[in-house]
Design a protein around this ligand. Sequence first.
Ligand code: GTB
Length: 217
Amino acid sequence: MSITITAFERSPDGGMGLARDTRVRWALEEAGLPYEVRPVSFSAMKEPAHLAAHPFGQIPTYEEGDLVLFESGAIIFHIASHCAGLLPDNPGARARAIAWMFAALNSVEPPILDLSIAKITERDYPWAKDRLPVVVDRVRQRLGQLAARLGDAEWLDGAFSAGDLVMVSVLLRTKPSGILNEFPTLAAYVARGEARPAYKRAFAAQLAFNTAKPVAG
Ligand code: GTB
């Protein structure tokens, strides 16, 4: 059955791969599943047609026959459920890989997102400068805890899994700020994720998509 995902018509990051379609592309590449990408403009995201697929008017969405999904974590979980290379068959290892997906989305991504909000959305408020160091500290604290758990291991729990795919995707957002490099083992972990052929294909595809010349007319 053919798969279609949605992505920004033009990502505001200009192809840095930080929008959440990249992690879905990566999962599809790891699973070896071909897919189409439908671009959605900021205005179209808030139109009824897209809201029927995504209640919050965002990307990415995922279509596979009658199945329509939103939320990158749920989409990756769905893809990974049918791919032994992303979720192990052993019940314990599988449960732990899923726990790492949740940890990435619920415990690591929120402070990282808060940092983006503090730096961009809130920057003109009079209190923004006082709040920023507090937010940065929360990111540092969480990355420190994660680095302590990872230690010198290659991946979070044995072989590479969807837990690593989501965690690396989340951590990539801290790279431009320089915070990731304060944690060399985490930076190396992210680099291992970026070195995977499936990630490289996903990154190249989103870059081409976001830098393609607009179609005339
Ligand atoms: N929890 C949802 C998920 O994981 O799928 C969050 C989805 C989400 O935040 N989507 C964003 C979106 O559609 C794009 S990824 N925003 C438009 C809107 O809300 O109107 C977030 C994002 C946007 C831009 C950059 N960037 O430019 O660097 C990075 C990440």
